[in-house]
Design a protein around this ligand. Structure first.
Ligand code: 8YV
Length: 326
């Protein structure tokens, strides 16, 4: 009997066809929004799921899907997956590390540059027909070259972000729970979180999401930052307190922000939407054709590995392996 696989969102048709050749497939090529109940219903007799960070994999879902052997996330972040619950239910959980490091780092810089140089604000102004005459002091932005960049969360993507700073002649300070070995630090220097917030000219946040990092940047942290600073979040919504950030931006306690992730996606805090000094993108940091393809293919390989009894490289809950569902 062919194994049953569910793909929760639209992905490239040629990859869907590849999967259909191997599995009995339930797809969602119309990209409908499935409720938790609809997701459970479709996964009820599935052996594997290819999903995105928009779908929650928790105890309730796993209990409703007794055949499920693998939850393969097409994302590196996995705060949508309760790993302990997966392990209890014998379900392997996997993610897509590394393949999106460079695209995500590029987007972090795109947001930093756009926010610092007021790209969104000045473009909106130009398109609205306000450009009647050029003035010497028009849309003066923040200097990036030669300043100090802070990276909060120096994992694989954080390091890709830090490497790019060299081209801008920037000094890099970082904070991580653990200091990196010298070989991985590159030209960056570890400092405490408080020192980082105080010292840097601009800050990019790149820590994993979840309860441990919720509101890691709130009003107290924002108050430590320079009022001329730009803050970028390409990590996860909730790592930054959107309400506190909007208040700081509005009051001029922070120069600008570039955000790709939000607390209540796809809803965006109304006060952020109203601010000219916030550059906002809809969670697209890894969205290039090549990277999306690499993510989907890696997630497919993870899924195939588990369903064919091979231990996948990107197994998030290794404890499950010896008592996984068969
Ligand atoms: C994805 C991401 O676009 O990989 C991640 O953790 O946040 C993004 O690359 C999104 O989560 C799709 O699942």
């Amino acid at each position: 009997m062919r194994l049953r696989v569910v793909v929760t969102r639209r992905i490239f048709p040629e990859l869907i066809e590849e999967l259909r050749a191997r599995y009995e497939l339930v797809d969602n090529q119309e990209d409908a929004v499935w409720s938790a109940a609809q997701l459970a219903e479709r996964l009820r007799d599935a052996d594997g799921a290819l999903l995105t960070s928009g779908e929650r994999v928790d105890d309730a879902l796993l209990a409703a899907c007794p055949q499920l052997k693998v939850a393969s996330n097409i994302a590196v972040g996995y705060n949508n997956i309760d790993l302990a619950a997966c392990t209890r239910h014998g379900v392997a959980a996997t993610n897509t590390p590394d393949v999106l490091n460079e695209a995500t780092a590029d987007h972090a810089w795109a947001l930093l540059l756009a926010a610092a140089r007021r790209i969104g604000e000045s473009e909106r102004w130009l398109r609205a027909g306000h450009w009647q005459r050029w003035t010497f002091e028009m849309f003066m932005g923040a200097e990036l070259h030669g300043t100090t960049l802070g990276v909060l969360g120096m994992g694989r993507i954080g390091r890709a972000i830090a490497r790019r700073a060299q081209g801008f002649g920037m000094r890099v300070l970082y904070h991580n729970r653990r200091r990196l070995p010298a070989a991985e630090e590159g030209a960056a220097h570890w400092v405490t979180k408080e020192d980082l917030l105080r010292a840097v000219d601009h800050l990019i946040v790149m820590v994993p999401g979840g309860t441990e990092t919720r509101h890691l940047i709130g009003s107290a942290e924002l108050a430590l930052m320079k009022p001329t600073a730009v803050l970028v979040n390409v990590a996860r919504g909730g790592v930054v307190d959107d309400d506190a950030l909007a208040a700081a931006l509005r009051a001029g306690r922070l120069a600008a922000a570039g955000l790709d992730v939000f607390e209540d996606e796809p809803k965006v805090h109304a006060s952020l939407l109203a601010l000219e000094n916030a550059v906002l993108t809809p969670h697209i940091a890894s969205s290039t054709r090549a990277t999306r393809e690499a993510m989907a293919k890696l997630a497919m390989r993870n899924l195939d590995d588990v369903l064919q009894g091979r231990r996948p490289a990107a197994l998030l809950n290794p404890d499950v392996w010896d008592h996984r569902r068969h």
